[in-house]
Design a protein around this ligand. Sequence first.
Ligand code: MSP
Length: 526
Amino acid sequence: MYRSTPVPTQPGRSVGRFYVTTPIYYMNALPHLGHAYSTVLCDVMARYHRLWGDDTYFLTGSDEHGDKIAQAALVAGESPQAFVDRLSLAFRATWQKLEIANDDFLRTTEPRHACIVQGILQEIYDRGDIYFGSYGGQYCLGCERFLTEKELADGRCPDHGTEPTYIEEKNYFFRMSKYQDWLVGYLSEHPDVIYPEQYRGEVLAFLRQPLEDLCISRPKSRLTWGIPLPFDDGFVTYVWFDALINYVSALGYPDGELYRRYWPVSHHVIGKDILKPHAVYWPTMLHAAGIPMYHGLCVHGFWGVDQAKMSKSRGNVVRPLELTDKYGIDAFRYFLIREMTFGQDSSFNEEAFVVRYNAELANDLGNLLNRTLHMIGRYCDGVVPAPADEAGGERQAFLEGAGAVPGEVVAAIEGWNPQAAVLAVMDLVRSANLYLEQRAPWAAHKQGDQARVNTTLYDVAEALRWVAVLLYPVMPEKMTALWRALGQPGVPAWPPELRWGLLAPGSAVERGPVLFPRQELALQEV
Ligand code: MSP
């Protein structure tokens, strides 16, 4: 009677295969809210695809070379290697705590990465697209690149607010300019590669100016902390040229089994500040090396804090683990996905987080579960009742509304709009609350109308089972608890289909601990 949703596919992309990557984070400070967002987002996307049965691979890692890290290690009084070992461990521990189920964690200081970077450099060099030249310009340490005069704002770097240093030196250059026309043509013919659309527009606008060649080396006299160029031992590789290659080195390019399986069905998730390296350097590098172009570049906005930019100097850097210690891991994951519209900026505010938590998780969802389990305990001997064959009225409206939700979730996830997926499920939760109010099983019980009691409680329990499946990628631990509370074994599962009525009458429900206890704003340190 109601629509069931078969395992979905991605139109226009390789069916049933999904490779998703986070940016690899600079190992110069501990993870903050922005890093957590990229990583949780990728995890949520990977979990949806796994839930649908897609062959999924999820990569994250650490970017460990370059000036910025060598400087940070110096300030910390540690050797670069000891410094990145420590930070990389801290990142991995944070991801583990945040329930990130990545398949690999690549460190750019690993030999398996370095030899592939050298292989690709040699290949491009042999093809004649790397040359030796001289360059002088304003170098920004924060950006790790030369800035053009046009980019400077009052003589300072617009992103870092610092004055660049004039540097003149001989270096190796990648003939990026040669591939400008190819790139413009490619992006015009493949309008869905960069999304949301506004970022594709930004890239195409940038490409209206002549593209310069890219300086891809640093003389060892200035920097030793990098991968040596295979064709000149006096130089190390520019950190971006090294880092971008992680997306294929982790797969064992050129002949690894993972590479053959997952390239190029990759989706690179990045923040908007690193659009240019991913939308211009990386595609031209791939093309020059004869590697197929990636499938998607998914660009998210920036988190501010209390309407301000998050920065060390402002002292307002939000550390994910401080929040999860106070409010729980799944609530934090929920908030990140629910709050940020993909592609746009968002502002974090702890009070707003607590208000959202109490309204949506504690009240709407948590109370719905409490009430349902309580009534099943009281009116149905603690087992899921069998529904009567009742049609029409508010039941029909409720079931029809519910039946549309899985399709909405699939469409939202395939369209990289996880916030819309969460909102669709929370609408189902609210309509289940409304349905309970309309059907008032407590009154039906008093009047001896057991069929109405049974049908209502069955429907709400079944809706909750769907919620457990549909939000499992966002809140794996809490949704497993919800699933088990409904007497379901194992973990929430979608395949072969999410069909209404699969909750077996007779399943014993379990009233465990409250799923989302109400929270007070806990501004004090824990
Ligand atoms: N190492 C490079 C990426 C190389 S990928 C081949 C890098 N690292 S980073 O640690 O500085 O940033 C990693 C990611 O965090 C970027 O996607 C960046 O956009 C994101 N964010 C940093 N601050 C952020 C916010 N305040 N909000 C959201 N994301 C932010 O860049």
